[in-house]
Design a protein around this ligand. Structure first.
Ligand code: F0G
Length: 458
């Protein structure tokens, strides 16, 4: 513990390094033009600091690499599977754990069983793949985050909370159409904001009153538990793992991307208590993912995740993790750049709509800002706004609730000097904001358009 000092250091030292490739502004302008002004289309070695996502991009620990050597690749009943199962159930003691290759595979299997036309699935805010997997079955995805969660500048300790009165209204009107309710911890699309235990208890009570199962989308469960530990009355003395177990106890199941808090480069799972649902899901798993003791993962992946789960709930790590994200966010906010407040767990969300008022939402201010961050400093970010969420199943296009640019911080990967550089680049781009152009989409796929659409400046 370093209680007497201001600087919260990285609680690790570097054991193996990866080179970064420097590029010039001219090279980057050419690269982003060739990419159709979509940062997903860039070659990653043309990126200097990659804040596109915190998914699968974290640095694994020495102990995870060592665990990989224990990977047992037996098709069925591998010891690596049993180690994974124990590590998952230690934190999330659901009766059935179904491994998948990543989070969206768990979503696809669950919603294939529970979704379908006429069904409606509430969530605080659906992540893009979650929404797409719900809508792909013909069901409707509704976002019921508290009103505070839609106002970027407003401070609230648990801005990811579900609006319990909106949930109650939905359930009282049409509980029979709601096969499952979700809470995403932390609320990624709403700014990486946490959900309180009190809110989860309320959601659990309501769902159970109406006979609807409650599931967690738990990718960032450890960061959520840390916020509960720091911010919720009476939680400051509890162990993180204990808070996680209480979150799990309030739910009937979960979907998980192990590429986030569990430090996997790949992996995920689906878990639940319901025997019949588990059987239906396992049958689908075997069809497309694999046998239920590996579900699309190698034994070595199961080992890396099992070890990563233990590291994810270490308080020294979580203190550094949340503080280092806040360090970036607070620095740019202090210089007057509008950001989602308070700073989230895994990412800083720049409020592009507010920084670029001359660019209307349907000219994609988030896209404009993310392209400029790349051209100026080689930083890759992700638009979370009208490009991602503006197209609706009926074909119409409308502005998203917010136009944000997410700077997602990969776990244990970048040092403070990398982040200091990011701060400088953001401030330079912000100072030139009035000169940035908007964008027009020149091609888009039928779903999840942000991954492959192409743009032109206007
Ligand atoms: N749910 C949430 C809240 C997520 O953030 C993600 C992925 C998923 C589900 C899907 O998991 O990628 O393993 O299939 N989020 C990444 C991101 C991609 O960049 O935020 P996956």
């Amino acid at each position: 513990m370093q209680d007497d000092f201001r600087t919260i250091i990285e609680p690790f030292r570097i054991h193996s390094v990866e080179p970064l490739r420097m590029t010039t502004p001219q090279q980057r302008s050419a690269a982003v033009r060739d990419a159709g002004y979509n940062l997903f289309n860039l070659h990653a070695d043309d990126v200097l600091i990659d804040l596109l996502t915190d998914s699968g991009t974290g640095a694994m620990s020495r102990d995870q690499w060592a665990a990989i050597q224990h990977g047992d690749e037996s098709y069925a009943g591998s010891p690596s599977w049993f180690r994974f199962l124990r590590a998952v159930q230690e934190l999330f003691p659901f009766r059935h754990v179904i491994p998948t290759h990543q989070g969206r595979a768990a979503e696809r299997i669950l919603f294939s069983v529970l979704g379908g036309p006429g069904k409606v699935i509430p969530n605080n805010t659906h992540f893009d793949t979650t929404r797409a997997n719900v809508e792909f079955t013909g069901a409707e995805a509704v976002d019921l985050v508290i009103p505070e969660g839609r106002d970027p500048a407003l401070f609230h300790p648990f801005k990811g909370n579900l609006d319990l009165s909106a949930l109650e209204q939905l359930l009282s009107e049409r509980a029979e159409d709601v096969p499952v309710a979700f809470v995403t911890i932390t609320n990624n699309s709403g700014g990486g904001q946490p959900v309180s235990l009190a809110n989860l208890r309320g959601a659990s009570r309501l769902c159970h009153q109406y006979g609807v199962p409650l599931f967690l989308d738990a990718c960032r469960f450890a960061e959520n538990a840390w916020f509960i530990h720091q911010r919720e009355e009476g939680q400051e003395r509890r162990e993180i793992a204990d808070i996680v177990r209480e979150m799990a106890s309030l739910a009937d199941g979960m979907t998980m991307s192990a590429k986030k808090d569990p430090f996997g480069n790949i992996g995920g799972w689906l878990a639940m208590n319901d025997d019949q649902l588990a059987e239906q899901c396992r049958n689908l798993l075997i069809l497309t993912e694999g046998f239920p003791t590996y579900g699309g993962l190698a034994g070595r992946d199961l080992e890396a995740i099992a070890q990563g789960l233990q590291e994810a709930v270490d308080p020294d790590y979580l203190r550094y993790r949340i503080r280092s994200t806040a360090y970036l966010g607070e620095a740019v906010a202090a210089a007057g750049v509008p950001v989602v407040q308070p700073i989230g767990g895994h990412a800083v969300y720049l409020d592009a709509r507010s920084l670029l008022p001359h660019i209307p939402p349907l000219r994609y201010p988030g896209q404009a800002l993310s392209v400029a961050l790349y051209q100026t400093g080689g930083i890759r970010s992700a638009e979370i706004g009208t490009v991602m969420f503006g197209r609706h199943p009926d074909g119409s296009e409308q502005p998203a609730a917010m136009d944000l640019v997410r700077l997602a911080v990969p776990r244990r990967t970048y040092t403070q000097s990398h982040i200091d550089y990011v701060i400088e680049v953001v401030l330079k781009v912000a100072s030139e904001a009035p000169a940035l152009p908007g964008y027009r989409m020149v091609s888009e796929p039928p779903a999840l358009r942000h991954f492959t659409a192409r743009f032109e400046p206007v």
